[in-house]
Ligand binder design. Structure first.
Ligand SMILES: Cc1cc2nc3c(=O)[nH]c(=O)nc-3n(C[C@H](O)[C@H](O)[C@H](O)COP(=O)(O)OP(=O)(O)OC[C@H]3O[C@@H](n4cnc5c(N)ncnc54)[C@H](O)[C@@H]3O)c2cc1C
Length: 380
């Protein structure tokens, strides 16, 4: 790219959300001579939050009715299943069981009511006998069965989004770290550091529409824009989640979740599996000060204790550290769960700028619906 190029639309961040947005915008402006670029500081797409998650296609059960999380999850789930079928992305509608004790029956019934209000109409309450038939290794009195919950090969999904976007003319620019954004009369001036580890070079260009989808860095990019009132930038809280692989053969045929944590900080240490049926447990929730993916081996005991509440056969020795992810939360420890925050001109006063903050779970599930939501707000 030469200096002072100009693009119509710039998307910052090639995680699952930035990729979905670029693809949706490329479809919207197909054959209209609209230039779109995705800037990514890493060598490739999806190296951060989008490759450190559970790869679950969520049904939309837990989120408060009317929230963006609820609406975009329920709509995104359907769009995602259709996309997977259309483009041959590996996925499985494996179903999920939220398992509980009799003493939790009111809370479980409430979850079902919340899900219905969100438009999730296929949940079934199971008694102990019905649950035992489905999952004989689980110890619980009752369960909620969600048949529309699934799993996905998220890397293939992201690859498909990039491929489809590039085929529609989107330019993907890896090794391009956005350092600072200025505003000109009718354009944003995006200043980047290119290829910083090999041949560092500074590069700036203009764009009319700017979408900040930088995940854990969305706030720092917003801070670099002097024209934005700083009071509109929400505080970021890192909330780490660790996963442990199960060393033995997978005894389950569904995803197994306990009742969610208070304030739904997390969904509880659950049993999930990837497309090769490797069973893993996690993620837990731990607020941290910095991004660090180290897993404390000593956690095996507390993980085993928590999992034993629904899977009594678990032993700490069956668990081995797998990987961890960091949630970009907008709520701190003890605070009520926050919604996705998608800010346009009405919040920060800058026409042409859309910023996405707090894109934690269910961001993967909701990605295509988020992209439609953004696309409907982009006007050239
Ligand atoms: C532990 C955990 C479990 C989860 N489980 C699920 C789940 O099962 N189902 C589900 O639906 N969702 C889940 N999620 C949520 C989901 O993973 C996220 O919502 C989604 O991946 C966020 O995507 P993103 O594109 O916003 O962020 P990212 O994937 O982090 O992408 C942001 C991109 O911006 C780039 N970037 C940052 N700064 C700059 C810069 N200055 N210049 C250029 N590029 C930059 C980064 O390199 C990165 O590639 C989970 C999340 C976590 C942490």
């Amino acid at each position: 790219m030469n200096s002072r190029d100009s693009f119509d639309i710039c998307v910052i961040g090639a995680g699952v959300i930035g990729l979905a947005i670029a693809y949706e915008l490329a479809k919207k402006y197909k054959n209209q001579d609209v230039s779109i670029v995705i800037l990514e500081r890493e060598s490739s797409f999806g190296q951060h939050v989008s490759s450190r998650n559970s790869e679950v296609i969520h049904a939309g059960i837990y989120y408060p009715t009317g929230s963006l999380k609820a609406e975009l999850c329920v709509a995104g789930k359907e769009l995602l299943y259709s996309h997977c079928e259309q483009f041959g992305i590996a996925h499985q509608r494996i179903g999920k069981l939220i398992v509980a004790k009799n003493t939790e029956s009111d809370a479980l019934a409430q979850l079902k009511e919340n899900a219905i209000a969100n438009g999730v109409l296929d949940l079934q309450l199971l008694n102990k006998v019905e649950l035992q038939k489905l999952e004989p290794h689980i110890e619980a009195d009752i369960a909620l069965h969600s048949p529309s919950t699934g799993i996905i090969d998220s890397h293939s999904y992201m690859q498909s989004l990039l491929h489809l976007a590039e085929n529609l003319g989107v330019q993907f620019s890896p090794y391009s770290r956005v350092e600072k954004i200025d505003t000109d009369a009718d354009a944003f001036v995006v200043h980047c550091q290119l290829d910083e580890n090999r041949n560092p070079e500074r590069y700036s260009f203009n764009c009319r529409q700017l979408i900040n989808a930088a995940g854990l860095e969305a706030q720092s990019i917003a801070q670099s824009m002097s024209a934005i009132p700083k009071s509109t930038i929400p505080k970021l809280h890192y909330c780490k989640g660790d996963y442990f692989d199960y060393r033995r053969p997978n005894p389950f045929s569904h995803l197994i979740y306990p009742m969610p944590e208070a304030n739904t900080i997390g969904l509880g240490i659950h049993a999930t599996m990837d497309m090769s049926s490797q069973l893993k447990f996690g993620p837990d929730t731990e607020y941290v000060e910095k991004v660090d993916f180290e897993i404390d081996d000593n956690k095996t005991k507390s993980f085993a204790k928590s999992i034993s509440s629904y899977f009594p056969a678990i032993q700490a020795a069956d668990l081995k550290p797998a990987y961890s992810g960091i949630r970009p939360k907008l709520s701190g420890l003890g605070e009520a769960a926050a919604d996705f925050e998608i800010q346009g001109e009405s919040v920060h006063g800058l026409p042409g700028l859309i910023q996405l903050f707090g894109m934690e779970s269910p961001g993967l599930t909701a990605s295509l619906a988020i992209a439609v939501y953004i696309s409907n707000r982009v006007e050239l």
